[in-house]
Design a protein around this ligand. Structure first.
Ligand SMILES: *[C@@H]1O[C@H](CO)[C@@H](O)[C@H](O)[C@H]1NC(C)=O
Ligand SMILES: *[C@@H]1O[C@H](CO)[C@@H](O)[C@H](O)[C@H]1NC(C)=O
Ligand SMILES: *[C@@H]1O[C@H](CO)[C@@H](O)[C@H](O)[C@H]1NC(C)=O
Ligand SMILES: *[C@@H]1O[C@H](CO)[C@@H](O)[C@H](O)[C@H]1NC(C)=O
Length: 379
């Protein structure tokens, strides 16, 4: 009886919403946060949220800081007595990295004009854990730099002029950000032995299928977040690690997903394939039947029918495709004949975007009955 009430209230909600569906020009319901609440431990890659820092356009003279209480503090940088392990050299019009003091653990060099990273600056700075070199003009990183800093954890080199992934990166790395460079090449073994890397960001580069070997990612046994969005891939990247939680491939030219592609990815929760060339032909029927998946984004493709997905999925983006009709009996991951009083059988989908397709309201009743947990639908 209880379930019956639930069903009726869900129906009432949908009928109410029906009034909104028919007015397609009305403002859309607000998009919920992208991250479903149930997964607290994976940070979102900063790429999406980070505001674009201003690209330096000129070479004014370096700003020299006041004399520091630390005699080894480079004049271009600031050394704080409160944080003796941090060296602040960001936004300083620096063109060459100064000599880094040995006590440095955290090195901030972002938003400068640095064009090369050479070993001399790091000769005694063997304790560094984090380096931020974002938004410079780096086209070369000497591999000897890393021989000196074997315990490096975070390396941020996004927004630079690199043409390939640097060689000789330390095996200790946990985060590597190389987004917004001009990378078209990954040297063989570039990620070898990096068993602790959890985040690899190669967003907005020029990587094509031929740049990714079958074993490129082989050693990345802890990798949770892989961002290859905004490259020129035509195929799904091969051999991605089984530890992945997030796989972002938006804005490539991918036209299909191999049948067993996601098999073995036992932790995968977030998949983004927006702005690709996916059509029904390239999507095997059960390819998205992945029990761990929470958020699937397939917007701006050429899909004509709603793909089958697993009942655990919570967010589904199918906007701006070529979908003409939606049939609850076909898309509902569980049979509607099932006992609907068992709520664990009801699909958990909460957010569905279908706008920008060729659908006309009203939403069929079987669809409404299938998605009783839905709180937001954009059509
Ligand atoms: C590095 O450390 C050694 C030994 O402490 C010292 O002799 C040398 O001058 C230092 N090099 C630089 C460039 O500071
Ligand atoms: C990887 O992380 C573990 C646990 O923190 C640590 O013991 C190990 O030394 C790390 N590996 C490397 C190559 O730094
Ligand atoms: C979908 O996945 C579930 C859970 O892994 C499995 O039991 C079911 O057989 C799969 N359905 C199809 C049609 O592959
Ligand atoms: C939906 O699909 C089922 C099974 O293929 C079919 O029997 C039913 O007629 C379809 N419903 C509509 C409204 O097209």
């Amino acid at each position: 009886m209880k379930a019956g009430v639930g069903l009726f209230s869900a129906l009432a909600l949908f009928l109410l919403m029906g009034a909104v569906f028919t007015q397609t020009t009305r403002p859309r319901p607000k998009k919920p946060t992208r991250r479903p609440a149930k997964k607290p431990f994976v940070p979102q890659p900063a790429v999406a949220a980070e505001p674009e820092p201003q690209e330096p356009t000129d070479f004014p003279p370096p700003i020299l800081g006041p004399p520091s209480i630390f005699p080894d503090c480079p004049r271009e940088c600031t050394c704080s007595p409160t944080y003796p392990n941090a060296l602040y050299c960001e936004n300083r019009n620096i063109r060459a990295i100064p000599l880094i003091p040995p006590r440095t653990h955290y090195l901030y060099l972002q938003n400068n004009y640095i064009s090369e990273v050479t070993a001399e600056s790091f000769v005694n700075a063997t304790e560094i854990r984090w380096i931020n070199l974002a938004n410079n003009r780096i086209h070369r990183i000497d591999k000897k730099v890393f021989e000196k800093i074997p315990a490096l954890l975070y390396l941020y080199v996004q927004r630079n002029h690199l043409k390939e992934v640097p060689s000789g990166l330390p095996a200790s790395l946990e985060q590597l950000r190389l987004g917004r460079n001009r990378i078209s090449k990954i040297p063989a073994g570039a990620f070898n032995k990096m068993g602790n890397l959890t985040l690899l960001d190669l967003y907005h580069n020029q990587l094509s299928d031929s740049a990714l070997e079958k074993n490129t990612f082989k050693d990345l046994k802890s990798l949770m977040q892989l961002n290859l969005a905004h490259n020129v891939l035509k195929k799904m990247p091969a051999g991605v690690p089984n530890s992945l939680i997030q796989l972002f491939l938006d804005r490539n030219r991918i036209d299909g997903v191999p049948k067993d592609y996601f098999k073995g990815l036992k932790h995968l929760a977030f998949v983004r394939l927006n702005y690709n060339q996916l059509s029904d032909k390239g999507l095997p029927k059960y390819v998205f039947n992945i029990t761990t998946l929470l958020d699937l984004q397939l917007a701006h493709n050429q899909i004509t029918s709603v793909p089958l997905f697993n009942g655990h999925l919570e967010h589904l983006h199918l906007n701006h495709n070529a979908i003409e009709s939606i049939n609850g009996t076909q898309i509902c991951p569980y049979s509607l004949q099932a006992d609907l009083s068992d709520l664990s059988l009801v699909p958990r989908l909460r957010y569905l975007r279908l706008d920008g397709n060729h659908l006309s309201p009203p939403i069929p009743l079987d669809v409404i009955m299938c998605f009783r947990h839905l709180y937001s639908i954009v059509i």
